[in-house]
Design a protein around this ligand. Structure first.
Ligand code: CO
Length: 212
């Protein structure tokens, strides 16, 4: 258990297959990264950012946490966002949730799980904001999935409200913030139609996306 030989074996095979296709791949990538996208997703092992959108190393900057939460006091998330927007100058921020998210499910239930309850308070806030709509959904799976979607939409709004994104738009730099959701059962992404490209879009996009 002190070493994981299988993973190193996998790694050597992977590196060799990449080099076989493009001998300059790693030397080129070592010089710079130039991703166009920042992915903010859930830590869930079934939603790996690069694979889901078919992008190679170097093409997507990634931040993941439980239930893809963006909160204005999270120095980790804000640092990633600032670096992506101001230094790497990504053109798209994608908040991607997924159906059947365990974090969202826990936020819908009132069980105490421990430390994570504090983190999931952010998702419980989303639940409270849309309580009326959620209680009207009778099927439990459907209710969870709607909260998964609403959580993405709320986090898109949080991304847009940061000084980082606001500052980017004030300078006239192009930046689109997207809200997507991934189906673990079929491997497909859905666009929640909440893409925001400038400050004036925020309230309207939120209103349309959250109504039922
Ligand atoms: Co999840």
């Amino acid at each position: 258990m002190k070493t994981l030989p299988k993973l190193f074996e996998n790694n050597r095979a992977w590196a060799a297959s990449v080099i076989a296709e493009d001998p300059d791949f790693f030397p080129n990538l070592s010089q710079q990264q130039n991703p166009e996208y920042l992915w903010i997703g859930c830590s869930d092992s079934r939603v790996p950012a690069n694979q889901v959108v078919g992008l190679a190393p170097g093409e997507v900057f990634v931040h993941r946490n439980i239930a893809n939460v963006v909160t204005h006091t999270d120095i980790n998330c804000l640092s990633v966002l600032e670096y992506a927007v101001n230094v790497l100058q990504v053109k798209h921020v994608i908040v991607c949730g997924h159906y059947g998210c365990g974090g969202v499910m826990a936020a819908l239930q009132d069980h105490h799980l421990g430390l994570i309850d504090n983190w999931l308070c952010h998702v419980r806030d989303v639940r409270r904001n849309h309580e009326k709509q959620l209680v009207a959904v009778e099927d439990e799976t459907e209710r969870t999935n709607r909260l998964c979607e609403l959580n993405v939409i709320e986090q898109v709004r949080n991304v847009c409200a940061t000084t980082i994104v606001q500052g980017c738009w004030e300078k006239g730099n192009p930046l689109a913030v997207h809200g997507w959701i991934y189906g673990i059962e079929d491997g497909l992404l859905r666009d929640l139609d909440v893409t925001i490209t400038e400050q004036v879009d925020v309230a309207e996009a939120y209103r349309i996306a959250t109504r039922k």
